[in-house]
Design a protein around this ligand. Structure first.
Ligand SMILES: [Zn+2]
Length: 227
């Protein structure tokens, strides 16, 4: 389903120049954009991303299998990838639940785009696993994922230090501290940093009047999670 006028348009990254192309050579084989996305989802960085957060209906987990699950859905055609230059200005990507589900991304893929793809794929995780998550949590968790990716790949701040990403960066830093300390199992987000991030998302202009905004959150609005 198209999210229409309430569509979650994921804006807000200051681009720091072109970081890569949609084709990379590996062992003499050219990887297509689609292959690179599958590689990203099954790669070592995505496999380190893990956390829990307090959802309205109980604890929600992003685990190392979450992104592999999305990769399988892409391979099966349950999620189709649409490369487009037609995303509105400042929009990093979109995930549209429907038949098939669509992951819309820019054709040029560098580290910034990879982080944003993981953001959109977090929305996909909740959709394909039919996890009941309110839109505000859905959005906040997706920001935590891109922030973790940016941190773990050493992307410098000026390229992504827009407020929602920065607030997510604070959640990510506290998770990375737990990863480094070898915290057993899947660590929980810091409650204070998580609350600040959720409030930031709630009042961002592009989310304020949609499901992830204040009214949407009070109403318990969700993005479609119909698999
Ligand atoms: Zn989003």
């Amino acid at each position: 389903m198209w999210r229409g006028m309430f569509g979650h348009a994921d804006r807000g990254l200051v681009r720091g120049g072109t970081l890569g192309t949609n084709q990379r050579h590996r062992k003499g084989v050219t990887m297509t954009g689609r292959e690179r996305i599958l590689h990203l989802l099954r790669g070592p960085v995505a496999a380190r991303i893990r956390f829990t957060f307090p959802g309205a209906g109980g604890t929600v987990t992003i685990s190392p299998v979450s992104f592999r699950h999305v990769a399988n859905h892409i391979e099966s055609g349950h999620i189709s990838i649409v490369f487009t230059n037609a995303l509105p200005a400042g929009v990093g990507g979109q995930y549209i639940s429907g038949t098939p589900n669509q992951l819309m991304v820019q054709p040029i893929i560098g580290r910034v785009e990879e982080g944003l793809i993981l953001h959109e794929c977090t929305h996909a995780v909740f959709d394909v696993t039919r996890t009941p998550v309110v839109a505000n949590d859905d959005e906040a968790a997706s920001y935590v994922v891109d922030a973790l990716y940016f941190r773990m790949t050493g992307l410098r701040h000026p390229r992504w230090n827009v407020i929602s990403h920065a607030r997510a960066g604070q959640v990510a830093d506290l998770l990375l501290k737990q990863y480094a300390e070898g915290t057993h199992g899947i660590p929980a987000v810091d409650p204070t940093a998580w609350t600040v991030l959720k409030a930031t998302v709630m009042f961002r202009p592009n989310y304020r009047f949609g499901p992830a905004g204040l009214l949407g959150t009070l109403l318990g609005s969700q993005y479609p999670h119909d698999g």
